[in-house]
Ligand binder design. Structure first.
Ligand SMILES: Cc1cc2nc3c(=O)[nH]c(=O)nc-3n(C[C@H](O)[C@H](O)[C@H](O)COP(=O)(O)O)c2cc1C
Length: 296
């Protein structure tokens, strides 16, 4: 037991990274059942009953604790927090903007606030605002990031040196070597995204999983969306977006996500994934993966 497992009520300090519609209840429950901490994603939830339904579905599959991510840009943040509290969720990660107003809302409802940060300076500010823990997310991570950041190997010790609250390392962790390295860097836990996409329980289409499995460590690129960037698999579409020959609005629409992430048309939308894709060569069950992470 360490500070993270004690805070979250799980066996292993392994958090499933929030990943939009592919954080399906089966995946979330499988992570919690295997001793990790499953996390539901709410960034794109526009109907609070959808979240309630997902929580209830997850609860049918596991009696172990799981959490959720609150994305600061979502206009429904207060309503989503109410539902998470009503359903007894014990911890929430906060990303996508300032946690200033969100941390007190979570604390009022007796939930832990874990703030996702890209720099040590932002970690220090989050601690001053009352965060209970920090996810230090390195720039090799899959998904959204800003223009200021550092890789996990540099960011995690920099954050651990600056804050007193527990630090969770995210970005580039895909096997037991990365898992153990995170603790050597000063983290008390890990948050993993990309590696969990390539598991049997993840609802992502096999074409998404196969593209990760086939990818090299140089197989991702950063698509510039103005206020932020997205690290994604370097498909033809992503190459076109980087060169400016493809339409970003179309590539990031809800329909594009559905067609590419869930239905497997990888030319239709951007497939976010981290550099760790280059280390992934199999699609195990979540339990097999967590066993390898912890005991491999
Ligand atoms: C497909 C995808 C979607 C993501 N969506 C979110 C999100 O909605 N909110 C969030 O905080 N992080 C999001 N992330 C980041 C992950 O939660 C996690 O921090 C990151 O994947 C860790 O790096 P890794 O991919 O190297 O494991 C996303 C990542 C991916 C790959």
């Amino acid at each position: 037991m360490n500070a993270m497992t004690e805070m979250l009520g799980c066996q292993h300090p392994i958090i499933l990274g929030a990943m939009g519609v592919i954080c399906n209840p089966e995946l979330v429950a499988a992570v919690s059942e295997a001793g990790g901490y499953g996390l539901l994603a709410t960034a794109f939830v526009q109907d609070v009953d959808v979240l309630r339904g997902q929580i209830q579905e997850t609860k049918k599959l596991t009696g172990n604790p799981f959490g959720a991510n609150i994305f600061a840009m979502n206009s429904l943040v207060p309503e989503l927090i109410d539902i998470l509290a009503e359903e007894g969720v014990n911890a929430v990660t906060v990303s996508g903007g300032s946690p200033k107003e969100i941390i007190p809302m979570l604390h009022e409802k007796k939930m832990k606030a874990i703030v996702v940060v890209p720099t040590a300076d932002v970690a220090r500010k989050a601690e001053a605002l009352g965060a209970d823990a920090i996810v230090a997310e390195g720039s090799e991570s899959g998904g959204m990031q800003g223009f200021k950041g550092a890789s996990t190997l540099v960011l995690v010790p920099a954050v651990a040196d600056l804050v007193k609250i527990p630090v969770i390392a995210a970005g580039g962790i895909g096997d037991s070597r990365g898992y153990k390295a995170a603790f050597a860097l000063g983290a008390q836990g890990v948050q993993i995204g990309t590696r969990f996409i390539a598991t049997k329980e993840c609802i992502a289409h096999n074409n998404y999983k196969d593209t990760i499995v086939e990818s090299q460590e140089t197989g991702t690129g950063l698509v510039d969306l103005g206020r932020f960037r997205i690290r994604a698999l370097q498909t033809k579409l992503v190459e076109g977006l980087i060169q400016g020959t493809e339409d970003t609005d179309k590539a990031f629409s809800g329909q594009a996500v559905e067609e590419s992430w869930l239905k497997g048309d990888i030319a239709a939308g951007v497939l976010p994934a981290g550099e760790v894709s280059g280390l992934i060569s199999s699609v195990p069950t979540v339990r097999e993966l967590i066993d390898e992470l912890v005991n491999g």
